[in-house]
Design a protein around this ligand. Structure first.
Ligand code: SF4
Length: 220
């Protein structure tokens, strides 16, 4: 797909900004975030409800130009649920073509198979505590490669036990990096860290850097 094709393709965008990546394998890298508007889920702990509605229509070419102007190598396409807009797929492709290191944060409720394989897909598995576990599209797990990552946001001990069952049943740690993070304000970081160590769990613990640094302000 070239520039002439993507000039006319527009997506609903909530915000574009540069910050430090706060999560997963690229944590700490200066990163451009492209936040797409809209999400069909309503997780109990959602911290981006401001992206459910509104936004503005932007062409893929204008998003590429803005991204280039920031002068950083990493780009994270996020939401909302970015894959809820089908034009997210050509956006990802064009970002990869332009030479960026591209990651995609997705809820796990929409098919990831059509996503450009150069993209590192960060796939949530929604726990019961999220209120959206019924939305997990389990066939997505068969698509995972070592380039991808899986994330569980854990709300309480019952969520932890559920996540451990899924981890073991699906042998997730043999396919890709698996992250466990505590749901802020619901589960103490210390408790989750202690459980992981006690169980010698083959996962990586994470706390969200952007929340520690900027307390979750939009655009940071
Ligand atoms: S999938 Fe993400 S954006 Fe959508 S409701 Fe859940 S946490 Fe919020």
């Amino acid at each position: 797909m070239d520039a002439a094709d993507t000039e006319v393709l527009r997506l609903r965008i909530t915000e574009v900004f540069v910050s430090l990546q706060g999560e997963a394998r690229d944590a700490g890298w200066p990163t451009v975030f492209i936040r797409l508007t809209g999400c069909p889920l309503r997780c109990s702990y959602c911290d981006t409800a401001y992206a459910f509605h509104g936004g503005e229509w932007r062409s893929i070419e204008s998003l590429l130009a803005q991204t280039r102007a920031f002068g950083v190598r990493h780009v994270c396409v996020t939401g909302g649920e970015p894959l809820a807009q089908r034009r997210c797929l050509p956006l990802l492709e064009r970002l990869c073509d332009a030479g960026f290191e591209v990651s995609l944060e997705t809820s796990g409720a929409i098919d990831i198979a059509p996503v450009d394989t150069r993209v590192s897909r960060i796939l949530d598995i929604k726990t019961p505590g999220s209120g959206e576990a019924a939305r997990n599209l389990w066939q997505n797990l068969a698509q995972l490669t070592a380039h991808d990552q899986v994330k569980f946001v854990i709300c309480d001990r019952a969520d932890y036990d559920w996540a451990v069952d899924v981890l073991r049943r699906e042998a997730l740690d043999t396919r890709c990096t698996v992250w466990f993070s505590p749901s802020k304000g619901q589960l103490s970081e210390r408790d989750l860290a202690d459980w992981i160590v006690a169980d010698r769990l083959p996962v990586r613990f994470q706390m969200q850097l952007h929340k520690l640094l900027w307390n979750d302000e939009p655009g940071r």
